[in-house]
Design a protein around this ligand. Structure first.
Ligand code: IPD
Ligand code: CA
Ligand code: CA
Length: 271
């Protein structure tokens, strides 16, 4: 792994100007009329998704030249590199289109299969989450940490629904079966609509836990580091270390992790 000694050389410092600039374009789009196209039956994309990604790629190519830039709107979900920056230009596009202020730009920097720097920026609410490996997690420059709640029954749990739900196949059955097993044993469940922010809100201690199936690398590449650096735990549904592309992500404050894993439905057997 590269050794960045000076603060200004570190990946987080190199990506911050780009994400702040991207946030301005994002905010302009949030308040403007939008051209909405469909990538799938209910999977939306606007001209701002592509424009924010293009802007980020242009800026990051200059500030992080040794990294491969992988973005939702211009790369495939299988794309990986030893030194990679995973970009979700607008995470929570459905919220963005409906003017629900829970959406963000998400940028995660990975080296040798692990995250080293991350920024998730919601310009609508003026929330900038940042983390560096070994350096802690921050919201607008203030340190944050996960909730201390030990009981699942007293936990506010976030989740999300994959676009594949419309196929009514394995993902859909798993979502419904997990909800049936889990809901009575939580304080409540939320579906706010942006996975990157869901993870940041676990890091912040707002949610005790978050789980979802079929997320893509750009949805989680940044949020994973926020949760880890805030003292939380991230695994797949089997409790194994989470790897990009795993079918299910489970992120918690650590204390309710095993109890949550026990409640999730079996994905292998198609729920
Ligand atoms: C989506 C959001 C949503 C999650 C979906 C994601 P997008 O990302 O993170 O919360 O449930 O699975 O695909 O499409 O708005 O970038
Ligand atoms: Ca996303
Ligand atoms: Ca997106």
């Amino acid at each position: 792994m590269a050794n960045f000694t000076k603060k200004e050389d570190r990946p987080l410092q190199r990506l911050l100007p780009a994400i702040l600039e991207a946030g301005k374009l994002f905010l302009e789009g949030y308040h403007a009329p939008k051209e909405v196209r469909h990538k799938g039956l209910v999977d939306l994309v606007t001209q701002y998704d592509t424009a924010v990604e293009a802007l980020l790629k242009e800026r990051l190519a200059e500030s992080l030249p040794d990294f491969t830039l992988i973005g939702e709107e211009s790369d495939g979900e299988e794309a990986r590199a030893e030194r990679a920056v995973y970009i979700d230009p607008i995470d929570g596009t459905t919220n963005f289109v409906h003017a629900i202020p829970f959406c963000a730009v998400s940028v995660g920097v990975w080296e040798d299969g692990r995250p080293v720097a991350a920024a998730v920026y919601n310009p609508v609410q003026n929330e900038l989450f940042t983390a560096e490996r070994g350096g802690g997690a921050y919201l607008n420059g203030r340190p944050i940490g996960v909730s201390k709640e030990p009981k699942l029954q007293q936990s506010l749990v976030a989740t999300g629904f994959p676009y594949t739900k419309v196929e009514m196949g394995r993902d859909f059955r798993w979502v419904v079966a997990s909800m049936e097993r889990l809901l009575p044993h939580t304080q409540d469940i939320r579906r706010l609509g942006a996975a990157s922010l869901d993870l940041c809100y676990v890091a912040l201690g707002t949610f005790e836990a978050f789980y979802e199936c079929n997320l893509k690398p750009w949805d989680v590449a940044a949020g994973i580091l926020l949760v880890e650096e805030a003292g939380g735990r991230i695994t797949d549904h089997l409790g194994e270390p989470y790897r990009l592309g795993a079918p299910i992500v489970v992120a918690t404050n650590g204390k309710v992790h095993d109890a949550l894993l026990e409640r999730l439905a079996d994905y292998e057997e198609g729920a």
